[in-house]
Write a protein that binds this ligand. Structure first.
Ligand SMILES: Nc1ncnc2c1ncn2[C@@H]1O[C@H](COP(=O)(O)OP(=O)(O)O)[C@@H](O)[C@H]1O
Ligand SMILES: [Mg+2]
Length: 148
């Protein structure tokens, strides 16, 4: 089984994915590390990998077994479940400031969250989309029960 966890940067994908993988005893896969290892990126700009989604999906499809896949492009892989992490905008702004992102990068990410980019894209591709607001807290047991 594959579970993809998507969402705007800072919405809590990594924290949630790692916990979920632990609970379900699935492997955890971070797209950034995976893309570096498998050279799936076209170029590196301002320390960001510019990833080709088609190449990424092709490589992810080769994985066998149970995985929780963490990344804002993960929803391009058709999975058993897709979790989209969401976050209150004020909270998200604070989280991104903590990361010392530039004003422009913070604005771009807040815009992506406002326009629900990951969710809208995910809905076009996935059959089971779950939305999780990490600024409101969540109970892992409930989510695990739903997926199992
Ligand atoms: N449920 C949560 N409650 C409180 N803080 C959270 C929660 N989820 C994530 N965070 C915090 O928000 C920041 C970004 O989380 P992270 O998982 O790295 O996001 P992403 O992987 O989507 O970029 C981290 O500082 C993390 O500790
Ligand atoms: Mg992350």
């Amino acid at each position: 089984m594959k579970i993809v966890v998507s969402g705007t940067p800072g919405t809590g994908k990594s924290k949630f994915s790692k916990k979920l993988a632990k609970e379900l005893k699935f492997k955890y896969l971070d797209i950034k590390t995976f893309s570096r290892k498998n050279k799936i990126y076209d170029k590196i700009e301002k320390n960001c990998l510019i990833i080709d989604e088609k190449k990424l999906v092709k490589e992810l499809k080769k994985l066998k077994g149970n995985y929780v896949i963490d990344g804002h492009l993960s929803h391009y892989l058709k999975a058993d479940y897709c979790v989209v992490c969401k976050c209150d905008l004020k909270v998200l702004k604070k989280r991104l400031e903590k990361r010392k992102y530039s004003k422009q990068k913070i604005k771009d990410n807040l815009d992506a969250e406002i326009f629900d980019v990951c969710f809208i894209d995910a809905k076009k591709i996935q059959k089971n989309v779950l939305v999780l607001d990490t600024s409101k807290g969540y109970k892992m047991e409930g989510i695990v029960r739903l997926i199992k």
